[in-house]
Design a protein around this ligand. Structure first.
Ligand SMILES: [Zn+2]
Length: 241
């Protein structure tokens, strides 16, 4: 399989997995970057049916934001998030911009995210928040978001959503799930009392190696679930019976 075919397959699969998990819906988009060719493969944007996305549905952008393929489909208007970060950080092979509900809850209170579960220790240094209330629709805004992400794995966009930068699509899936799951735990635990946040020293020393291994296992797990996902459960049998 060529690199292009592999990246298209993975981004299409991950788009469907995120749809299955409620992390991509009417909003949000994800991309993969081929540093050899400078081509960015991105799922279509607003109101595209993420749950049935196939490799041939993807947009191809260059790093300047020119659309090389995909005309006629729903343009992901916040593409400057992807071009800005992929331009600066060639080691980032995959980026997600999600409006995932629980991580976005932290963006809705303009509060930096900190984990409250050990499984979220990769974020023990905190997830910074981009302070401007804008959709990221211009290269200038994309650059300012990339400033906030810096060399890190994620940022929150104020009153808006999240940005996740990962080595590859497998790690994008795992890191996004961890951020959302640990944000959900924090929101639910807040009803019980004061949150007991992890500290930077709670991040394991071998965090990078652990991440690569767990990301591959999580990919297999969710790809298996997605392959047997019933996209359209039968309805009406009770009402009509
Ligand atoms: Zn958005």
């Amino acid at each position: 399989m060529t690199m292009e075919a592999e990246l298209r397959e993975k981004i299409a699969t991950l788009t469907r997995i995120f749809a299955m998990r409620g992390l991509l819906g009417i909003h949000g988009h994800i991309s993969a970057f081929d540093a050899e060719t400078g081509r960015i493969y991105m799922c279509p944007g607003f109101a595209w049916d993420k749950a049935t996305t196939q490799p041939g549905d993807l947009f191809v952008f260059d790093l300047k934001g020119n659309i090389l393929e995909g005309q006629g489909r729903r343009v992901p208007i916040e593409w400057p998030i992807h071009t800005a970060i992929h331009s600066r950080r060639p080691e980032v092979g995959a980026i997600g911009h999600l409006h995932s509900p629980y991580a976005t809850a932290f963006a809705a209170v303009n509060q930096e995210f900190r984990p409250v579960l050990l499984q979220g220790s990769m974020f023990a240094n905190g997830v910074p928040i981009f302070p401007e209330r804008h959709l990221i629709t211009t290269p200038d805004l994309g650059e300012r978001v990339a400033d906030v992400v810096g060399g890190g794995r994620a940022a929150l966009l104020r009153n808006h959503g999240t940005v996740i930068a990962a080595s590859n699509p497998e790690e994008l899936l795992f890191v996004s799930m961890i951020l959302e799951d640990t944000a959900r735990a924090a929101v639910e635990a807040a009803a019980l009392g004061q949150l007991d946040f992890l500290e930077p020293e709670d991040m394991p020393a071998n965090e990078g190696a652990r991440l690569a291994d767990r990301a591959q296992a999580a990919w297999k797990y969710f790809a298996t679930l997605e392959a047997r996902w019933d996209r359209q459960p039968p309805i009406g049998s009770v009402a009509l019976g």
